[in-house]
Ligand binder design. Structure first.
Ligand code: NAD
Length: 375
């Protein structure tokens, strides 16, 4: 089944639309214009709805701290650095990734419709959240897409054969549209585990389900404290300072893909790649958008996609009761369930969100309305 970022046990059930209202009001109070606050809230809650809790509302207090520290800027539109028609270079200038990512995709969609393909290089964006949002947006517009993302200031992953971290968890995402709206959306970090999952396990004193790190002696281990040391227990926000490093998935394959993401998302966009010196956290994203209709000629591309997906999913399940899913399907299922049942939030996430909202002056009634069950 899906390896979703469900994280901690659910202590608080949150009502999705009221949670979105809470987060929107929080960012309005922190200085975002209503449109931007709405984009941030909608995307964070959408990440929770799809099961990727590590990229959901748990990020709101971190964004609030980054705003106060001047590492993130409200109400900043990406600047066009260069425009070649089918390709565009944008500088997000550390504005919110939820806004910058949407501008980059709207630009790419418009250009791909005009030229058949478009390349958008987005430099120095605030956290782009769940990267699957961007191929989803392109797929909704009928476009296939590929996205290579790097993360500055978060050097956690060792390259294949190495002991010390040199890479981030650099996500890669891709989408292929389908007429029925059930798009193929692959959205993966290039590390064995998302860093958020390592942090949660470390805080709980639990092992990871599989080896996800390498220790200072080169041994693969499932112990998340390998990358945090004991200090995490006192300071959950502490970045890994590495007696060891996280592992890339699939050995040389994941490490190679992470390197490509670092170079395309980091160097080619002008964001900059991971470095030894401390660096502000930001995302760089290189996106390629393709209009499948331009390539169809006398061939039924959409029909072939459907024929192949039927063949792919018809593989006999490996385990009794198992099934073969296309990427994107686990998120659709979780979204349907959570829209009905509510969003399970770890108590620590709810408390931090509530405290941040209160400190910003969000009304108690707005906070209370978001909480459906629990503490
Ligand atoms: P993951 O391991 O949960 O994999 C998710 C992908 O695998 C999805 O495309 C999903 O549809 C697919 N999938 C899962 N189970 C499946 C199954 N049984 N059959 C077919 N497909 C299946 O994700 P992850 O690697 O832990 O990444 C989590 C999130 O973290 C992603 O949304 C990623 O974009 C995000 N992330 C963001 C940043 C950033 O800096 N913004 C950095 C790293 C990761």
């Amino acid at each position: 089944m899906a390896s979703q970022n469900t994280g901690l046990a659910a202590d608080v059930g949150a009502e999705p639309s009221a949670l979105e209202t809470l987060v929107r009001e929080l960012f309005e109070r922190l200085g975002s214009q209503p449109d931007e606050a709405g984009e941030i809230a909608a995307r964070l809650v959408a990440a929770n709805l799809t099961g990727h809790d590590s990229h959901g509302v748990v990020q709101a207090p971190r964004y609030a701290r980054a705003l106060h520290a001047g590492e993130l800027a409200a109400n900043v539109d990406p600047e066009v650095l260069a425009d070649g028609g089918a390709w565009v270079h944008l500088d997000a200038r550390l504005g919110f990734g939820q806004h910058a990512g949407a501008v980059a995709m709207r630009t790419g969609i418009e250009r791909a419709r005009k030229h058949g393909v478009a390349l958008v290089a987005l430099r120095r964006s605030g956290h782009l959240g769940r990267i699957g949002d961007w191929p989803e947006m392109a797929a909704e517009a009928g476009l296939a897409s590929l996205h290579f993302v790097n993360v500055t200031g978060c050097v956690w992953v060792a390259p294949e054969g190495g002991l010390a971290p040199r890479l981030s968890t650099n996500p890669v995402a891709a989408g292929v549209p389908r007429a029925n709206g059930e798009h193929v959306i692959l959205d993966i970090a290039t590390s064995v585990a998302a860093e958020g999952k390592m942090q949660v396990a470390a805080q709980r004193g639990e092992a990871m389900p599989e080896p996800a790190a390498v220790d200072a002696d080169g041994r693969e281990t499932a112990d998340p404290l390998t990358i945090y040391g004991e200090r995490l227990r006192d300071s959950p926000a502490l970045a890994p300072d590495a007696p060891g490093a996280m592992l890339a998935f699939g050995g040389h394959k994941g490490s190679g893909l992470a390197l490509i993401s670092e170079l395309l998302g980091g160097a080619l966009t002008g964001t900059g790649c991971s470095r030894a010196e401390p660096d502000a956290a930001s995302n760089g994203m290189l996106s390629l958008l393709i209009d499948p209709d331009r390539f169809s000629g006398d061939f039924d591309v959409a029909g072939e996609i459907e024929r192949y997906i039927a063949f792919f999913t018809s593989s006999a399940p490996r385990t009794a009761g198992g099934e073969v899913l296309i990427p994107g399907e686990p998120e659709r299922r979780t979204r349907r369930a959570r829209l009905t049942d509510g969003i399970p939030l770890p108590d620590a996430t709810w408390t931090a969100l509530q405290d941040t909202a209160r400190a910003a002056g969000v009304a108690e009634a707005t906070i209370a309305a978001a909480r459906r069950t629990g503490a």
